[in-house]
Design a protein. Sequence first.
Length: 152
Amino acid sequence: MSTITETIDVDVDVTTAYDQWTQFEDFPQFMEGVERIDQLDDTHLHWVIKVGPVTREFDATVTEQHPDERVAWRSDDGPEHAGVVTFHRLGDTSTRVTVQMDVDPEGFVEQVADKAGILERRTQGDLRNFKKFIESRGGQETGAWRGDVEHP
């Protein structure tokens, strides 16, 4: 299992950054390899991802969510992974977004991608794309979900 931790500062307030991150179905707009995410209910997601020539589908559960602070998840099937995204207010119009994931690559292609650092670079690129995406919208998120999910 590999641990990936990446951070980026975005030039929007913490509420805007957090609210955008709760719009899981928008992830394909800034995450490379994410083909589609279907939000089944408040805490259950179905992902379709592509790593090289391999397409994978899996379900994930949001295990903890607190507005303007954090979103945590774990996979229910498919590639084993879990993670948390935290949001830290740096100022009125600046937020630090940190992603920490534990990933256990499934299959040969994913294992090679992990060992070669491709998954870490992809996470860095996804955060840079998130920054461009949210900043280009003039501080306006595409939606928001402000509910709390308590860690079981």
